[in-house]
Design a protein. Structure first.
Length: 253
């Protein structure tokens, strides 16, 4: 099995080393194509106004001056054009990608692009908490990742589907199992803008989130992580809402 690894935290991110260790547990044909710099939050963006600069780090390790989407395209369409990968793994992200995170995440976008290019794709993220923000428990993802991926591959990934996997913020032996769950939803009331002034008195802003009480919905990725479970969520490329489609068809019919 040929595996393409990418991420959004950048070519030197510790999570990428974790991902490569997971991949090498599955195959000895592993390629790494990742952004030169941190691309967190770029979602499924393409570099259309700037050239893609490719730099070889070492054998089968490449950095791209671009987004995770650019990296997957570079890997599949250029570096591995004669023999495309059998699997795209994106991550391991520093921090969970649950609920609405998936719409912002470059990590999830790497898996989206792999899916669009016809390659089964999985996004992986390691959650952290206040006490592990600076040192996420990468060993949790590394320990459980290979078996989770094998089970997903054995079950099959249908065309147009990608799989989003989140590992909880706990030691590997504390994991309370795996939960196949829905994408959750937070309250956007926690979203705010942090207004500041620069040295010349000009205003600037940081997007920030309040830390407040929040109860995740049962059966969601947020719920699974809160209960020390590995969250596995299949996501669909086709975002059409069928009930609304039917209702609108009747309204316009």
């Amino acid at each position: 099995m040929r595996i393409l690894c990418t991420n959004d935290d950048g070519i030197h991110a510790p999570g990428l080393k974790t991902l490569e260790a997971i991949a090498r547990n599955l195959s000895d044909d592993v390629w790494v194509v990742a952004p030169e710099t941190d691309q967190s939050g770029v979602a499924h963006s393409l570099s259309l106004n700037d050239p893609l600069r490719l730099r070889e780090i070492s054998s089968r390790h490449f950095a791209v001056k671009g987004t995770p989407t650019d990296c997957v395209i570079m890997g599949v369409r250029e570096l591995m054009r004669e023999h495309k990968p059998d699997l795209v793994l994106s991550g391991v992200n520093r921090g969970q990608n649950a609920a609405e995170d998936v719409t912002y995440s470059g990590t999830v976008a790497g898996a989206i692009e792999g899916t669009l290019l016809g390659v089964p794709s999985i996004a992986l993220s390691q959650a952290y908490g206040p006490g592990t923000r600076n040192s996420p428990r990468w060993h949790c993802a590394e320990h459980h990742g290979p078996n989770i991926i094998r089970k997903i591959i054995d079950a099959g990934i249908e065309k147009g589907i990608l799989v989003n996997v989140n590992f909880p913020d706990c030691e590997p032996e504390e994991v309370q199992g795996t939960a196949v769950v829905n994408q959750g939803q937070r309250t956007q009331e926690l979203l705010r803008l942090d207004a500041r002034l620069d040295g010349r008195g000009n205003p600037y802003y940081w997007i920030a989130f309040e830390r407040g009480p929040f109860t995740p919905g049962n059966g969601t990725d947020l719920w699974a992580l809160a209960h020390k479970r590995i969250a596995v969520t299949p996501l669909r490329i086709d975002m059409t809402d069928e009930p609304t489609l039917t209702r609108y068809a009747q309204a316009f019919g």
